[in-house]
Ligand binder design. Structure first.
Ligand code: AMP
Length: 239
């Protein structure tokens, strides 16, 4: 298990296509550095559920699968990042989704974080988990889940003990609709189109680091920890 530390690491942005292991790796970072993972999708869904003015404004865009307009996103993200649990760092999940949001985030962090000695001088490090396209397809199309207990398997890398049966309760495993190959190809293409400009924005600023996501999970985690350690903000070492 990852050793824990309370040192500040500043903002971390994880990029990676569906199936690249972003969720798994984010969990490792949260556990080791005890910083929050901030998902703009989750924040928006919470607002929709609570019926806040933001939720009301965002709902239709989300239902159509479109981006919520940038200016609605900015207030919500700013409010969340100002909370005390973000002082030593945070992982952003789902934000920025376009170069305008990336530019806004840099400006926000420069204004609100640079003058704060607790937070140190820290623009985001952007870590992209690169996975070979065909391996990614296999990984995702191999996914099966138990409709009863929700446990996830993979016919290639984590098969159940008996084919197509859940180890826990013996139920017949299913493939989620959005894990089918044609749907996946579309999702991967959409992801590529969407995140490329964001990755390019950070690459131009020299802040994009790629890690090899084809390696076993723990080796991907090690690479990510190394990147984080080598980019740690100066002022937060005191914590
Ligand atoms: P997600 O859970 O990240 O897939 O987000 C769900 C939905 O929330 C997206 O389809 C968008 O409608 C909206 N959303 C989440 N993050 C953003 C963002 N950074 N910019 C615009 N819309 C977003």
């Amino acid at each position: 298990m990852a050793e824990r530390t309370s040192r500040g690491i500043g903002p971390v942005i994880l990029l990676g296509s569906p199936g690249a292991g972003k969720g798994t790796q984010a969990k490792q970072i949260v556990e080791r550095y005890r910083i929050p993972q901030i998902s703009t999708g989750d924040l928006l869904r919470e607002n929709v559920q609570r019926g806040t003015p933001l939720g009301v404004a965002a709902k239709d865009f989300m239902a159509r699968g479109e981006f919520v307009p940038d200016d609605l996103m900015y207030d919500m993200v700013a409010q969340r990042l100002r909370q005390a649990d973000c002082e030593r760092g945070f992982i952003l999940d789902g934000f920025p989704r376009n170069p305008a949001q990336a530019g806004w985030l840099d400006a926000f962090l420069e204004h609100e974080f640079f003058d704060n000695p607790q937070r140190g001088k820290c623009l985001p490090i952007v870590i992209r988990i690169d996975v070979d396209y065909n391996k990614l397809l296999r990984r995702i199309t191999g996914r099966r889940s138990c409709p009863v207990c929700g446990r996830i398997y993979n016919v290639y890398s984590q098969p159940p003990r008996v084919a197509d049966r859940c180890d826990v309760d013996g139920s017949t495993l299913v493939t989620r609709d959005d894990d089918r190959e044609d749907v996946i190809r579309d999702r991967l293409e959409a992801y590529e189109l969407q995140t490329k400009p964001v990755a390019e924005y950070y690459a131009r600023k020299g802040r994009l680091v790629s890690v090899n996501g084809d390696l076993p999970v723990n080796q991907v985690t090690d690479q990510i920890f190394q990147v984080i350690e080598s980019h740690r903000p100066v002022a937060s070492d005191k914590s």
